[in-house]
Design a protein around this ligand. Structure first.
Ligand code: HEC
Length: 309
């Protein structure tokens, strides 16, 4: 390595001969042959292009939609921390909110009824819930599609047959699928909660089109969703007072679970790993002390030999 480096240096590759290179390259340039007016024109063109670019950039910066967003505050969610699970009673109420309110417009297509078993409901309850839905199935032996009551293995059906139908029913706005909305939005749970509770009158100077509502947390402020929840919009079966913030909290907790169904398992594994890890660490520490004890307790003594006379 060192030898080849030395050879390269000696060969003159790395010796500075910038001066001669610059001299040579300046001879290739044709600019010095340009007339004064041509030089002035090219300079003006450069300044104009730069100026227009700067103008476009500043205009672009001034109309960015996200500048009009109110940043959602941070709420103390029950699942925060290394060992906290989701609040399953809250998720059960959240399912009620989805079923009675949001499912009118939003799909939850990555969630099957069976996923709710032992998470929010018992198996019998889930089967009963699934049977309330009519699911399109088929083709039967005549080649026709038919409707049948849902089974626990079915996925939650979409409220609209396709995106066009959904847009047509919502003034052109598309209600997104809610399965992964908490993961799909920046600051997910705080955003969803703030969005649901944040509807208000538009400030002076902002005019909304038909079917639009003002929400400071939505990029641009104008959202195509009418305020979906208000106090007492539904009645919880467990008797919890259905205030707007309670409903928003419960549906957000439920959507947190649909986005992160492995959440509780993950934290549970963390606790297990920690427990096993502590035992193993203690064992390792003991082994280390054991193995090193001879080394550490060895005394080295230097006893100079007496000079032999
Ligand atoms: C009447 C129909 C309707 C109902 C009911 C409804 N939504 Fe919406 N929702 C919409 C539409 C339409 C949009 C798209 C808005 C847009 O893009 O301007 C939307 C958008 C959203 C968004 C996404 C905002 C974004 O960042 O893209 C979330 C989250 C949301 N709704 C949550 C809910 C929840 C939770 C419920 C139930 C409590 C609910 N919605 C009930 C119609 C509805």
């Amino acid at each position: 390595m060192a030898a080849s480096l030395g050879r390269i240096c000696r060969s003159g590759f790395l010796k500075s001969n910038n001066g001669s290179l610059f001299n040579q390259s300046s001879q290739f340039s044709t600019v010095k042959d340009w007339s004064r007016s041509r030089k002035a024109m090219v300079s003006c063109l450069g300044v104009a292009v730069g100026g227009v670019g700067a103008l476009i950039y500043s205009l672009e910066q001034s109309v960015k939609a996200f500048e009009l967003i109110a940043h959602p505050p941070h709420y103390p969610w029950s699942w925060e921390g290394f060992v906290n699970s989701l609040d399953h009673a809250s998720m059960r109420r959240g399912w009620e909110v989805y079923k009675n309110v949001c499912s009118a417009c939003h799909s939850l297509k990555f969630v099957a009824f069976r996923h709710l078993i032992n998470v929010t409901h018992t198996e019998e309850e889930v089967k009963a819930i699934a049977e309330e839905y009519q699911i399109k199935d088929g083709p039967d032996d005549k080649g026709e599609y038919f409707m049948r009551p849902g089974k626990a293995s079915d996925y939650i059906p979409n409220p609209y047959p396709n995106e066009e139908a959904a847009r047509a029913a919502n003034n052109g706005a598309y209600p997104p699928d809610l399965s992964y909305i908490v993961n799909g939005r920046h600051n997910g749970e705080n955003y969803v909660f703030s969005l649901l509770t944040g509807f208000c009158d538009p400030p002076a100077g902002i005019s909304l089109r038909e079917g639009q509502y003002f929400n400071p947390y939505f990029p641009g402020g104008a959202i195509g969703m009418a305020p979906p929840i208000y106090d007492e919009v539904i009645e919880f079966e467990d008797g919890t007072p259905a205030t707007t913030s309670q409903i928003a909290k419960d549906i957000t907790t439920f959507l947190m679970w649909t986005s992160n169904p492995e959440h509780d398992e993950r934290k549970y594994l963390f606790i297990k790993t920690l427990a096993v890890g502590i035992v193993l660490m203690a064992g390792c520490y003991w082994m280390k002390r054991h193995k090193w004890s001879t080394v550490k307790s060895t005394k080295l003594a230097f006893i100079p030999k007496k000079k032999q006379q």
